[in-house]
Design a protein. Structure first.
Length: 107
Protein backbone atom coordinates (compact mmCIF):
# COMPACT_ATOMS: atom_id res chain seq x y z
CA UNK A 1 0.00 0.00 0.00
CA UNK A 2 1.30 3.43 -0.90
CA UNK A 3 0.74 6.09 1.76
CA UNK A 4 0.97 9.20 -0.32
CA UNK A 5 -2.57 10.56 0.03
CA UNK A 6 -3.10 11.15 3.75
CA UNK A 7 -1.71 9.70 6.94
CA UNK A 8 -2.50 10.54 10.53
CA UNK A 9 -0.16 11.53 13.33
CA UNK A 10 -1.39 10.85 16.80
CA UNK A 11 0.45 12.95 19.37
CA UNK A 12 -0.87 13.91 22.77
CA UNK A 13 -4.30 12.56 21.78
CA UNK A 14 -4.61 15.05 18.92
CA UNK A 15 -5.16 13.65 15.45
CA UNK A 16 -3.94 15.69 12.50
CA UNK A 17 -4.03 14.89 8.83
CA UNK A 18 -0.74 15.42 6.99
CA UNK A 19 -0.12 14.90 3.32
CA UNK A 20 3.01 13.24 2.01
CA UNK A 21 4.13 12.58 -1.52
CA UNK A 22 7.14 11.53 -3.56
CA UNK A 23 8.12 15.18 -4.13
CA UNK A 24 6.91 16.89 -0.98
CA UNK A 25 8.90 14.83 1.53
CA UNK A 26 12.36 15.33 -0.05
CA UNK A 27 11.55 18.99 -0.68
CA UNK A 28 10.62 19.54 2.95
CA UNK A 29 13.88 17.90 3.99
CA UNK A 30 15.85 20.22 1.69
CA UNK A 31 14.06 23.22 3.20
CA UNK A 32 14.85 21.89 6.69
CA UNK A 33 18.55 21.44 5.82
CA UNK A 34 18.77 24.97 4.40
CA UNK A 35 17.05 26.38 7.49
CA UNK A 36 19.54 24.58 9.73
CA UNK A 37 22.46 25.93 7.68
CA UNK A 38 21.12 29.47 8.06
CA UNK A 39 20.65 29.05 11.82
CA UNK A 40 24.18 27.65 12.24
CA UNK A 41 25.87 30.29 10.04
CA UNK A 42 28.67 32.18 11.76
CA UNK A 43 30.00 35.18 9.83
CA UNK A 44 33.78 35.44 9.64
CA UNK A 45 35.73 38.62 8.91
CA UNK A 46 37.81 38.72 5.73
CA UNK A 47 40.03 41.05 3.71
CA UNK A 48 39.72 41.92 0.01
CA UNK A 49 42.13 43.65 -2.32
CA UNK A 50 40.63 46.61 -4.22
CA UNK A 51 42.36 49.22 -6.33
CA UNK A 52 41.01 52.68 -7.04
CA UNK A 53 42.16 53.49 -10.58
CA UNK A 54 42.27 56.99 -12.06
CA UNK A 55 42.71 57.22 -15.82
CA UNK A 56 41.82 60.04 -18.23
CA UNK A 57 40.09 61.88 -15.37
CA UNK A 58 37.80 58.89 -14.76
CA UNK A 59 37.89 56.88 -11.56
CA UNK A 60 36.76 53.30 -10.96
CA UNK A 61 37.35 50.54 -8.41
CA UNK A 62 38.85 47.24 -9.52
CA UNK A 63 38.73 44.02 -7.48
CA UNK A 64 41.30 41.26 -7.46
CA UNK A 65 40.59 38.65 -10.12
CA UNK A 66 39.85 35.87 -9.49
CA UNK A 67 37.66 37.12 -6.67
CA UNK A 68 39.79 36.24 -3.68
CA UNK A 69 39.35 36.81 0.05
CA UNK A 70 41.97 36.60 2.77
CA UNK A 71 41.21 35.36 6.29
CA UNK A 72 43.70 37.69 7.94
CA UNK A 73 45.80 40.73 7.16
CA UNK A 74 49.06 38.74 7.10
CA UNK A 75 47.73 36.59 4.25
CA UNK A 76 46.80 39.72 2.34
CA UNK A 77 50.20 41.32 2.98
CA UNK A 78 52.02 38.14 1.89
CA UNK A 79 50.03 38.13 -1.36
CA UNK A 80 50.76 41.83 -1.94
CA UNK A 81 54.50 41.30 -1.37
CA UNK A 82 54.56 38.35 -3.78
CA UNK A 83 52.90 40.52 -6.47
CA UNK A 84 55.05 43.59 -5.65
CA UNK A 85 52.01 45.68 -4.69
CA UNK A 86 52.18 48.41 -2.05
CA UNK A 87 49.58 50.43 -0.19
CA UNK A 88 49.17 53.99 -1.36
CA UNK A 89 49.32 55.79 -4.69
CA UNK A 90 51.58 54.42 -7.37
CA UNK A 91 51.90 54.56 -11.13
CA UNK A 92 50.83 51.58 -13.17
CA UNK A 93 50.32 50.29 -16.68
CA UNK A 94 47.12 48.70 -17.96
CA UNK A 95 48.28 45.81 -20.14
CA UNK A 96 44.95 44.42 -21.30
CA UNK A 97 41.27 45.31 -21.30
CA UNK A 98 38.60 42.68 -21.78
CA UNK A 99 34.99 43.61 -22.42
CA UNK A 100 32.24 41.08 -21.93
CA UNK A 101 28.64 41.48 -22.89
CA UNK A 102 26.26 40.38 -20.19
CA UNK A 103 22.67 39.42 -20.65
CA UNK A 104 20.13 40.96 -18.35
CA UNK A 105 17.02 39.15 -17.31
CA UNK A 106 13.71 40.81 -18.01
CA UNK A 107 12.24 42.53 -14.96
Amino acid sequence: MVAHNVFYIEKNLVRRACSISYVQTPTLYMVYQRDQAIKNFKPEPYFELNAEILTNQQKFVAKLDPYQRFKDETGLMTFMQAKHVQKGSQAGLIKDVQKQGKKRASP
